[in-house]
Design a protein around this ligand. Structure first.
Ligand SMILES: [Zn+2]
Length: 201
């Protein structure tokens, strides 16, 4: 009974967001590690981020055994976007040096912690954090990023800090459409409750 979905953005075909997703080049590589519990969530913002970045990749899983070799032999300066006492401000990495690979766990705080626990090479990476006091345009459930940003918003914020203010804002367009769609759907549900039953059925 599932509705046909777009194979690219995973939204129902009638709500495909692909036309709003830009394709942007970045010097920084972005590797998103998505917990499997996030895949089917309606607000899968990590997927939108992966689609928008030509130098981005999204992997789904809990353990990423290939990472140890990749991190050891890669040409990137890898760091983990994750808040904590030992995390340094991301802006300190913006000046010079080899290109960065920003590794971003995607999931609730607990799931993101679990990914780190199961992947010691990740847990050992230097950590970077976004400035404090940022808040999401949308009230999301518990997110691992400081200020409870969605994963997409956190990535846009990080890339803007590293590569130029506003450069990656276009990535937020499908996110905004998604939120507007959710609010519209919520309105419809309230309408049905108040007016007795499903008008379509
Ligand atoms: Zn699509």
């Amino acid at each position: 009974m599932s509705r046909p979905c777009c194979s690219r953005c995973a939204r129902p075909l009638s709500h495909c967001l692909c036309a709003l997703v830009p394709r942007l080049a970045s010097r920084t590589r972005v590797l998103i590690l998505q917990h499997p519990a996030e895949v089917s969530h309606a607000l899968n913002t990590a997927r939108l981020a992966g689609l928008a970045l030509s130098n981005g990749e999204l992997r789904v899983g809990e353990t990423f055994s290939e990472l140890a070799a990749e991190l050891a032999h890669g040409t990137w300066r890898s760091c983990l976007l994750f808040p904590g006492a030992e995390a340094m401000p991301l802006a300190e990495l913006a000046q010079g040096g080899p290109p960065l690979q920003l590794i971003v766990p995607d999931g609730t705080w607990r799931k993101a912690r679990r990914i780190l626990h199961l992947n010691p090479p990740l847990a050992a990476l230097p950590r970077v954090a976004l400035p404090e006091g940022l808040s999401s345009r949308y009230r999301l459930r518990k997110a691992p990023m400081a200020g409870a940003l969605s994963t997409l918003e956190a990535i846009v914020c990080a890339l803007n800090i590293l590569e130029g203010a506003g450069r990656f804002d276009a990535m937020l367009r499908p996110f905004e459409a998604l939120i507007e769609g959710q609010i519209a759907a919520m309105g419809e549900a309230v309408y049905r409750r108040n007016h007795g039953g499903d008008p379509a059925g």
